[in-house]
Design a protein around this ligand. Structure first.
Ligand code: FO1
Length: 306
């Protein structure tokens, strides 16, 4: 069975561990809206979180970057006063960014670069960026737009976000392989990633949402909100910014019946109703890979495919 998963960073990566566990042929379409250039290096946080996590090299405590990291380059950059000092690049992680930046500068599309990096990490799934073109999430705050990373890492999301803008999305195309993967899928899953800054940028690439709506495969979403709070991260602040209730029902309605054929929520949200969408509840805490695989099994069942 071919399963396509739309995913953001660490939440998406943990979810993918459970999907992979079930032995499916998996294609992950990963958000690149968080991507940024710092110190001349192209950094793709969500792609790297998925690649490192599935490749066994992630720092699972910190939630981003490499396990067993050292920070000499960061300290040396700071000694030069080289900005931005608020964004930490670990020594091992820098090697990934160097290889990627060099390959991109040589004219390779991002999807080719991802495949080359995965030759080392062997994630056991096919990873695709949502687009080979540059799309960046910007946050409009106090009347000016800043990069998502500046809002989240530098300001810790504490400056009020007025809206999110996916710069470049309107002109972008789905990356090589994305539309074919969706068309050939038996099941499509929306990982419990941030709906506003992880899943929405993917859906904003012209052609992807349309392909999901037209797909013969059922689309099942897994709620990132449990009992009115995000499993982790800043989804609550992001949802409030776009005027959506921070609840499983709010996110389900945001995706809506045009996209969703099923919505999986936590038992604590068992009373959730989404117009036109079958809703099922079960424990949604991704405590380990076995628990996550159980969530995926339920999604398969909700899709009528078990
Ligand atoms: N998150 C932080 O909170 N502080 C950092 O200094 C930081 C550096 C960083 C470097 C590379 C990378 O791939 C991710 C990094 N992150 C950092 C995580 C990242 O900013 C966000 O958590 C994700 O973009 C949200 O999915």
């Amino acid at each position: 069975m071919h399963v396509v998963v739309l995913a953001g960073g660490i939440g998406g990566a943990r979810f993918l561990l459970g999907v992979r566990e079930l032995g499916f042929d998996v294609t992950a379409v990963v958000n690149t809206g968080d991507d940024v250039t710092m110190h001349g290096l192209r950094i793709c946080p969500d792609l790297d979180s998925v690649m490192y996590t599935l490749g066994g090299g992630a720092d699972t405590e910190r939630g981003w970057g490499r396990a067993g990291e050292s920070w000499v380059i960061k300290e040396e950059l700071a000694a030069y006063g080289a900005e931005p000092t608020w964004f930490g690049l670990g020594d091992k992680d820098v090697a990934t960014h160097l290889v990627r930046t060099r390959m991109l500068a040589a004219g390779n599309p991002l999807s080719t670069v991802v495949a080359a990096l995965c030759d080392r990490w062997q994630p056991g799934i096919r990873m695709l960026p949502m687009s080979d073109e540059r799309v960046e999430t910007h946050v409009v705050t106090e009347g000016r737009a800043i990069h998502f990373q500046e809002w989240w890492v530098r300001h810790r999301g504490r400056v009020p976000a007025e809206r999110f803008v996916f710069t470049g999305a309107a002109e972008a195309k789905p990356a090589a392989g994305v539309l074919d993967a969706i068309a050939s899928a038996d099941l499509i899953l929306l990982a419990p990633s941030n709906p506003v800054v992880s899943i929405a940028p993917i859906l904003a690439v012209p052609g992807i949402r349309e392909a999901l709506v037209d797909a013969s495969a059922p689309v099942i979403g897994v709620s990132p909100i449990i009992g009115g709070a995000p499993v982790r991260g800043m989804a609550d602040r992001c949802l409030a910014t776009i005027g959506v209730e921070v609840s499983a029902a709010g996110v389900g309605a945001l995706y809506g019946s045009e996209l969703l054929d099923g919505w999986l929520v936590d038992d604590s949200d068992a009373d959730t109703a989404v117009e036109g969408v079958p809703v099922r509840s079960r424990p949604l805490w991704m405590t380990d890979t076995a628990a996550t695989a159980g969530i995926v099994r339920e999604a398969v069942d909700l899709a009528g495919l078990s």
